[in-house]
Design a protein around this ligand. Structure first.
Ligand code: SAJ
Length: 445
């Protein structure tokens, strides 16, 4: 059985590891295997990425150029756009994007494209693993038939498993080796061999009984976040209605040493995981006539936050006898969360669009984001790109309202409070002493 052959090649470290997709998941993964002594081949459709890696450069924050160069120098790592080299791999791990279509349905095209390449070059004795976040059933309903189409048999000719990625870009505490890895195979042999593989690079492997359990586990993790953030956002709106300081409430609740986990209100949710992953689960549920109400409710609350922020801004301007129309508005921080440059699904995009559609004269400052572009399909107002403005005293002083959308650490909020006439703080970025000493009128979520 191929289980024994793969077990010995993995244990003896002469298994060739292929990774399809060298992004924030795939590149750290293949480098980790190469540093442990395995031969690794990285597969990319983007030749620029493959060329960068072969030149010893890393474009991923958590992978050092030194480590890439070490793997190259040891002759362990190579990157390629030639998928025929998949035939050389004993293990193939798929780390491609799983975005949503504009209709908020799963876009499986990247997984299917990877599956077609694997199918083309599949040979007896390979272990195929999917890491891309997807709905329960993808591995056994979509990938497995593609491999069996050519007459290959599970367990006799190939093994197949799912293992969710848990990469948290930029997190200094948790990197590949110390994030427990969940692994579920479409057969016991697949679970066993895939678990053995990851045990070579990760301190803790948690094996589960099927690929579906592993797929569902990942979605449960991120749906948990989306729903709890939704609850925090609804609590903010409720506290606001009751005239209670939301942030003081959640800070107090967070003193509970058990049975509570703080989540914080914000202008909405961004990123490539939390706004998207729950839709993979609710889509699958709908195929089975199941209405996942918590997911839809969280989506409704979270996606309603940009409009709620705009309402706070309109009211605050109205209180000083100004209209949004014609007001000079400065957005401070546009990335989807603090101290990063990622704009994917950032709530700032919706806030900017809503305010521009109401006639605001809007600029932004974000030290991490040089330019913001807008997808015409999604804008009500102007879709012209915006460019980062220097945070000069004049810019702040001449603004009718400053909106803190993302609380980057490297902004001098004390200075903002001294210069701005009005601040809408959606992230509790202004500490009590900065706020209390402030000349500006401060409105908070
Ligand atoms: N957000 C809130 N309130 C919160 C937490 C987050 O409004 O209490 C917002 C953020 O500002 C952001 C969005 O939600 O716009 C998502 O934030 P996130 O902290 O979940 O960060 P992500 O999107 O980078 O999520 C990733 C996920 N990692 C993986 O899927 C492997 C997530 O599971 C991690 O828990 C998260 O990082 C993390 O903890 O950093």
């Amino acid at each position: 059985m191929i289980k024994d052959t793969l077990t010995s090649s993995i244990t003896e470290k002469n298994a060739v590891i292929g990774v399809i997709g060298l992004g924030y998941v795939g590149l750290p993964l293949i480098v980790e295997f190469c540093l442990k002594g395995y031969q690794g081949i990285g597969f990319e459709v983007d030749k620029k990425k493959a060329d960068s890696i072969n030149a010893g450069e890393s474009y991923i924050v958590d992978v050092s150029g030194e480590n890439v160069q070490k793997c190259l120098a040891d002759g362990k790592l190579s990157a390629t756009t030639d998928f025929s080299l998949l035939a050389k791999c004993d293990v193939v791990i798929i780390c491609v994007p799983t975005p949503l279509r504009k209709t908020k349905d799963p876009d499986m095209s990247y997984i299917i494209a990877a599956g077609e390449e694997i199918q083309k070059y599949l040979r007896k004795g390979q272990l195929i693993i999917l890491e891309s976040t997807t709905y329960p059933g993808t591995t056994d309903e979509v990938l497995q038939p593609m491999l069996e189409e050519k007459g290959f048999k599970l367990d006799e000719d190939f093994l197949l498993a799912f293992s969710p990625e848990r990469v948290d870009p930029g997190n200094p505490q948790f990197q590949t080796h110390n994030i427990p890895k969940v692994v579920g195979g479409v057969s016991p042999d697949s679970t066993e061999v895939a678990s053995l593989l990851y045990a070579q690079i990760v301190n803790e492997v948690h094996s589960v009984s099927s690929a579906r359990v592993a797929e569902a586990c990942k979605l449960w993790e991120n749906t948990f976040r989306a729903i709890n953030i939704g609850m925090a956002n609804e609590m903010a709106r409720l506290c606001n209605t009751l005239g209670i300081d939301t942030w003081e409430v959640v800070r107090a609740a967070a003193t509970k040493p058990f049975g509570f986990m703080p989540f914080y209100p914000g202008p909405g949710i961004g990123g490539h995981c939390i706004p998207l992953d729950p839709h993979y689960l609710s889509w699958k549920a709908r195929q089975h006539g199941f209405d996942s109400q918590f997911i839809s409710l969280a989506e409704q609350v979270n996606s309603g936050m940009p409009a709620y922020v705009v309402k706070l801004v309109s009211t605050a301007l109205n209180d000083v006898k100004k209209a949004v129309n014609g007001s000079k508005i400065l957005i401070l921080g546009v990335a989807y969360k603090k101290d990063i440059d990622d704009m994917r699904e950032s709530p700032a995009l919706s806030i900017i669009d809503l305010l521009r559609s109401r006639g605001a004269d809007l600029v932004y400052h974000d030290p991490f984001v040089p330019e913001v572009t807008f997808d015409h399909a999604y804008t009500i107002g102007d879709a012209e790109p915006l460019y980062n403005k220097d945070l000069t005293d004049e810019l702040v002083k001449n603004s009718d309202c400053v909106i803190i959308c993302t609380e980057h650490s490297n902004i001098d909020y004390k200075r903002i409070c001294e210069l701005a006439p009005l601040i809408v703080d959606t992230r509790n970025a202004l500490s009590p002493d900065v706020r209390n000493g402030s000349k500006a009128k401060v409105v908070r979520l």
